[in-house]
Design a protein around this ligand. Structure first.
Ligand code: 5GP
Length: 114
């Protein structure tokens, strides 16, 4: 997707603070962190949102969650806890239309969010 900022970040055309990368996914620090640890985990190929996730792409979500679990361990927050969030659509608060999962940790997160 030509005008997608996360596709550009995935391709390395826009810099990011990279936390993890492999051939399928990229994890990088959110530019406006809402917690001491705030990482975005994205599939490298463009999927607009959870709504547009196809059966063929479905495995990437499991893959992302397995990597998120490992990341939490590597970052030392597996025991203290963390939150994985996906915002979908306008009312869900999605501002970037490339599927992504927020990982928030490092403070006591309140529930429900605003
Ligand atoms: P959403 O609101 O769509 O769930 O989350 C989008 C997130 O992407 C926001 O938390 C926002 O701060 C982050 N973001 C937007 N543009 C950039 C960028 O260019 N670089 C990084 N690292 N994060 C971004």
């Amino acid at each position: 997707m030509e005008n997608c900022i996360f596709c550009k970040i995935a391709k390395g055309d826009i810099p990011c603070s990279k936390v993890y990368e492999d051939e399928k996914i990229l994890a990088f620090k959110d530019i406006e962190p809402q917690a001491p640890i705030h990482i975005l985990i994205i599939p490298k190929h463009h999927i607009e949102s959870l709504n547009s996730l196809s059966e063929e792409d479905a495995d990437i979500v499991t893959y992302i969650f397995m990597k998120a679990k490992q990341l939490a361990k590597d970052l030392g927050v597996a025991e203290s806890g963390y939150r994985i969030v996906n915002n979908c659509g306008e009312d869900g608060g999605q501002t970037v239309k490339h599927l992504h999962f927020h990982m928030l940790a490092g403070r006591n997160l309140q529930w429900p969010p605003g």
